[in-house]
Every structure is written in C-alpha cells, then in structure tokens.
Design a protein around this ligand. Structure first.
Ligand code: ZN
Ligand code: ZN
Length: 367
C-alpha cells in the first residue's frame, strides 16, 4: 500500500513528501495510520540545529503521535484493527534479553546504553502510515484508548508521560503540597493540570513573559493557582505565596536554561524536592551548571531532594494514559487554539508556530 513520508533533508531544510510502498505487517508487527502528531520543543531544536542522536539525514522527525491500528500481523493479540493508540518517544532497544528494555527488564529504557527514541534514532511519525516492529508491539510505549476518544488528546500522551515521570519519581511531593513550576510552556502547563488532578494544595507558576503566563492562568487557572512574574523579586514573592509554609515542597524546572536552575536552588527549603526536568543544551553542547550542596545540612538535616527526569518509560506512559482515559485533565483541549492547528502539508509552518513565545501545543492533522 501507499505511504507518504515527509523527509527533512537537513537542519533548517525542507520537508519533502515521498510516496513509498508499505508491505503487509509481518508476524508480530502492526501497521498504523497516523491521525495526529503534536510538536515538541525538541522538534523545534532538531529542525533548527539537528541533534547528535540523529545520525542519518534526510530524517523523519516528530515523535508525539496518535494513530489508528490498521492491520495486525500474525500472532498479535494486544491490538486489533480500529484501535486508537498513543505512542511514547523513548522506546526499548529491541533486545528482548536487555535488563532495561527486555521481557524481564526494569523498564528504565533511557538508562540502556543502546537507548533509542522515535524521531531520533528510530524514524519519527511525519508520515501517513508506519509499521511497528514486533519488539515495539510487544514491549514498547503504546497506550490503547477506547473507541471515540479524542485523537488530539491521545497524541499528547508522550509529553504528559514525561511530565508525570518528574512528578512521581519521589513519593508524596504533590498531593496536598505547594508546587512551583518554573516556566509557563507546555511542560509546565501539563504539570499544572496534573498537579491539580493529583490534589496539590497550591500551584505557583513562574514565568518571564507576561503573554504566555496570562494565557495559562486564564485557561488553566483556578483558586489554587497563582502566577508570578520572574523579576528581581521572584524568590521573595514565591516564598510569600508558600505561606503558611516556609518553602515549596516541589520545584520543577521546566525552563530549559541555566537561570531556571539558579532560581530553583534558591527556593530549596525543608523537604523540598527539585526536579531538574528541562535539560539545557545549545549549539555548544550541554553546559555544566555548578551548584554546591551540603550533604549533611541540606540533604540530611533539611531532607532536600535533588532529582531529575528525562524522557519517559512504562511508568509515565501508564500514568498519562490513566489521566487521559479517566478524563482527569478536562482542560487539555485548551493546549491548542485555532492558530495552532496545521495540515500535514504544512509541517514547517507548524514548527515555526511552535517556536512562538505564546504558543502551547501545535497539532498536525494527518486525516
Ligand atoms: Zn515530546
Ligand atoms: Zn536495552
């Protein structure tokens, strides 16, 4: 059958559609029809400057996806034609005996030396159809949704999963706690919705630009949500909002820049958990961000926890599926407005829109 694949020739280049022939799925494989892809900030970076993990150009990018199962190979019992699915980005390495990714593995796919991800080492979903290999079907991050579930929401499984990995790696840091989110982009907006769904006492959103902060507060805020402008008084203002506590319980760095980490460490008090969620990288690589922590007075006596999450595995994917399928994120449709929807013939425009300072989640329609 006919498959339209959009190849990006080089960073900063053009997407060219190429018609290819797709075979019937072999035993253990499934063939899927792409319904939606959403644009991640990493796609913006990949588009602009490439990524060392992408070794071959032209490349097929985009990793946030929802799809419909069209055909299943012999022996596949988990999926049937017609199933609506969402797919994660980090995937097993394909070695069924791998201690991280295999049948008896821990599920810590991103710790595997041969870790791979869709839209990176593995082809992304800027294509009308795809065949998923047998190991992907058996062990990979594929979440099934009931018939009639919104494909727009299902394609946001992956960014939500990443967010939830960060919010659940340490127990009891959200429910009835004060949550600070640094940055007001899509990851913070998912975290805000998840924190409310998980019973946070208060969510404090910190952002430099007023435009996006206003949009997020207007569309996702309630009496438990406070916005603070990131200016010279930000530390003082955040701590004042934590009253009657002296400090926040959870601080998530969702701004992929050094100042986000500099701010986070100033907010660490008794029992604070910091999630270094957004990695910092530029054309010059990944800079070192040094900070001194006293293992006795800060870690032991103040019970501080410095942790990070990067990507997602089965744990985050399952949590994201539960929140989505259980309709626990009732405002998720507001992540995307009319200016953030594009047909698959306009991938470049979609990526450009995702780079705008006021944009939250751009969705590309493949139907
Ligand atoms: Zn993503
Ligand atoms: Zn592995």
């Amino acid at each position: 059958m006919k498959n339209t694949v959009y190849y990006l020739d080089k960073p900063g280049g053009t997407f060219t559609p190429v018609e290819e022939t797709l075979p019937e799925p072999a035993p253990g494989e499934i063939r899927i029809k792409i319904l939606r892809t959403s644009v991640c900030q990493s796609d913006v970076v990949i588009y602009r400057q490439g990524l060392p993990r992408i070794k071959a150009w032209p490349a097929v990018i985009l990793h946030e996806v929802s799809a419909k199962v069209e055909a299943v190979g012999e022996g596949v019992t988990k999926f049937s034609p017609g199933d609506l699915i969402g797919i994660g980005c980090d995937i097993p390495c394909g070695d069924l005996s791998c201690i991280y990714c295999g049948r008896e593995g821990t599920g810590d796919w991103t710790s595997c030396p041969n870790t791979q991800a869709t839209g990176h080492e593995f082809a992304g979903f800027a294509r009308s159809h795809a065949i998923l290999p047998d190991w992907f079907v058996e062990l990979g991050p594929i979440a099934k949704f009931e018939a009639g579930f919104d494909a727009d929401h299902a394609c946001q499984l992956e960014p939500l999963a990443c967010c939830l990995e960060g919010m659940t790696r340490v127990n009891r840091c959200i429910d009835n706690r004060i949550v600070v989110l640094i940055g007001a982009g899509s990851q913070s907006t998912y975290a805000l919705q998840c924190a409310l769904a998980m019973g946070a006492r208060k969510v404090i959103l910190v952002n430099r630009g007023a435009e996006r902060l206003e949009r997020v507060l207007r569309d996702f805020g309630n009496e438990r949500v406070v916005g603070i402008t990131w200016d010279e008084k930000v530390v003082e203002n955040v701590l004042a909002e934590c009253r009657p506590f002296n400090e926040p319980h959870f601080v998530m760095v969702n701004a992929p820049a050094e100042p986000g980490y500099r701010l986070a460490v100033q907010l660490m008090g008794y029992g604070t958990v910091m999630d270094g969620h957004a990695g910092v990288k530029g054309a010059g690589g990944k800079p070192r961000i040094a900070h001194e922590v006293d293992l006795n007075n800060d870690i032991h006596y103040k019970l501080q926890c410095y942790q990070a999450t990067h990507g997602s595995g089965p744990h985050g994917i399952n949590l994201a599926r539960e929140l989505l399928a259980g309709k626990k994120l009732p405002l998720i449709g507001k992540m995307t407005d009319a200016t953030e929807r594009f047909p698959h013939t306009s991938i470049h425009d979609a990526i450009r829109r995702a780079a705008d300072p006021d944009s939250l989640k751009v969705i590309i329609d493949w139907e």
